[in-house]
Design a protein around this ligand. Structure first.
Ligand SMILES: C[S@@+](CC[C@H](N)C(=O)[O-])C[C@H]1O[C@@H](n2cnc3c(N)ncnc32)[C@H](O)[C@@H]1O
Length: 224
């Protein structure tokens, strides 16, 4: 046995930082409290179960919760959303918590993540407005959603093939893509064309008037 007492106890998880001023100004106290609770679940169970890295905890608000919440700007009242490769619920659960008018399907193949997602659906009493479909995007039942979202799942040319089958014709893809958005859009033109989605596709910015670092999102409509 080690004589070093520090070696006996694992490093305690970092606490979730308090919500930044832009979150307090943006959300009602009720929504802020739900996002804070979800952030705490990510910072504790999420870290312990390896769903997010411990180093992400100090930046959970700005890099994860608020980035995902900003995507809500591009989603209309009462629309249905399918979040492909949601992981621990990013952005799908954040959207569901921040926007009680939305119906959200979370698509995720990995069991560990699905167990956590089911716990969150129960914790926040989100059923039946929020549903989990466990499996790879090309295997699970198509969602016929108004909007398909994704973050950090695959390059856009691959992601398009996974996402468009879950859209109704006339629905749109919203993929958080960061600084590579324009580059990926260009590289995915051929795949987008298969869905009639190449001509109107573009990159939009969300959170421009309230996020310190607004997000870049590829938006493309399914036309066939
Ligand atoms: C890097 S994680 C991102 C998770 C989350 N979207 C986020 O931003 O934190 C990628 C996720 O995509 C999921 N994934 C990988 N291939 C997939 C597929 N074919 N269909 C659906 N999800 C997939 C993985 O299981 C994983 O949870």
């Amino acid at each position: 046995m080690s004589s070093d007492p520090a070696a006996k106890s694992p490093t305690p998880p970092e606490p979730l930082p308090p919500p930044p001023a832009e979150a307090v100004a943006r959300f009602s106290p009720e929504i802020l409290s739900r996002l804070t609770d979800y952030g705490q679940q990510l910072a504790t169970a999420g870290v312990v179960r390896g769903l997010i890295g411990p180093r992400e905890v100090p930046r959970l608000w700005d890099r994860h919760l608020l980035n995902c919440a900003a995507l809500a700007e591009a989603i209309g009242e009462g629309e249905s959303v399918a979040d492909i490769g949601t992981g621990a619920g990013l952005p799908g659960l954040v959207l569901a918590l921040a926007r009680p008018d939305l119906r959200v399907v979370l698509v995720e193949p990995l069991e560990r993540r699905c167990v956590f997602l089911q716990e969150m659906i129960a914790r926040f009493r989100l059923a039946p407005r929020v549903e989990l479909r466990r499996g790879k995007a090309h295997v699970v039942k198509p969602c016929a959603a108004d909007v398909v979202t994704s973050r950090a799942v695959a390059a856009l040319d691959v992601l398009a093939g996974w996402s468009f089958p879950h859209l109704r014709v006339g629905g749109r893809l919203l993929a958080l893509k960061g600084d590579r958005a324009d580059e990926e859009l260009l590289a995915a033109k051929t795949e987008l064309a298969k869905w009639g989605a190449d001509t109107e596709a573009g990159v939009i910015v969300c959170g421009a008037d309230w996020l310190p670092q607004p997000i870049k999102v590829v938006r493309a409509w399914r036309r066939r």
